[in-house]
Ligand binder design. Structure first.
Ligand code: S6P
Ligand code: ZN
Length: 182
């Protein structure tokens, strides 16, 4: 019998094994995402906002395969707005995705193509089904790291352009020390 070749530590979200790739997004990569552009320009644009580990066993675009990933959004704010991911629709619009909370506290913003947006609270053990045609963005509304696992079809792809153009119609701000969806 062979040993397992891929491991996920469900305490700290670390993926280990072949074909695990890690990408980082720094604040500069999120230009235009935050509402307070003055606070943005005054921030350290080289700081890491989030990291994504992906078990990329398939080539992006391949039909019938899956990707598995873990995103870690660090705690922080630009003005009163919490750190978040860029967010995207899938390029193949009608492909779905699962997210699950591993650690920390956050909000999953979900927006349809008409711009109707809602937020689901994310915490350790929460499971989120994101149907096709729904844009998704993670917001870290806690004081520690927000770790979220995900599984999605390898032909889904990412459409960041629509979000760069129109954004999400709701944002999560820190008001009186707690997260508010505005
Ligand atoms: C991929 C999945 C996640 C995100 C990650 C980073 O479909 O939704 O792995 O890629 O959370 O977010 P973004 O918006 O920068 O790709
Ligand atoms: Zn996705």
């Amino acid at each position: 019998m062979e040993q397992a070749k891929l491991f996920m530590n469900f305490q700290n979200g670390l993926l280990q094994g072949q074909a695990v790739q890690t990408t980082q997004r720094v604040l500069k990569d999120l230009k235009g995402c935050f509402s307070d552009s003055e606070a943005f320009e005054e921030s350290d644009l080289s700081q890491i906002v989030y990291e994504v580990q992906i078990h990329a066993r398939e080539t992006e675009g391949k039909e019938g395969g899956l990707f598995w990933g873990v995103s870690c959004v660090y705690p922080g704010k630009v003005g009163n707005e919490y750190f978040m991911t860029k967010g995207h629709f899938h390029l193949q619009r009608d492909t779905a995705e699962y997210y699950f909370g591993i650690q920390g506290e956050g909000v999953l913003l979900l927006m349809d193509e008409s711009g109707k947006c809602r937020g689901e609270k994310v915490k350790a053990g929460s499971l989120h089904y994101i149907p096709g045609k729904i844009a998704h963005r993670l917001v870290n509304s806690g004081n520690g790291n927000l770790l979220v696992g995900a599984c999605w079809p390898s032909n889904a792809g990412h459409d960041y352009g629509s979000i760069a153009q129109n954004g999400f119609s709701k944002r999560v701000f820190c008001m009186d020390n707690s997260p508010k969806l505005v």
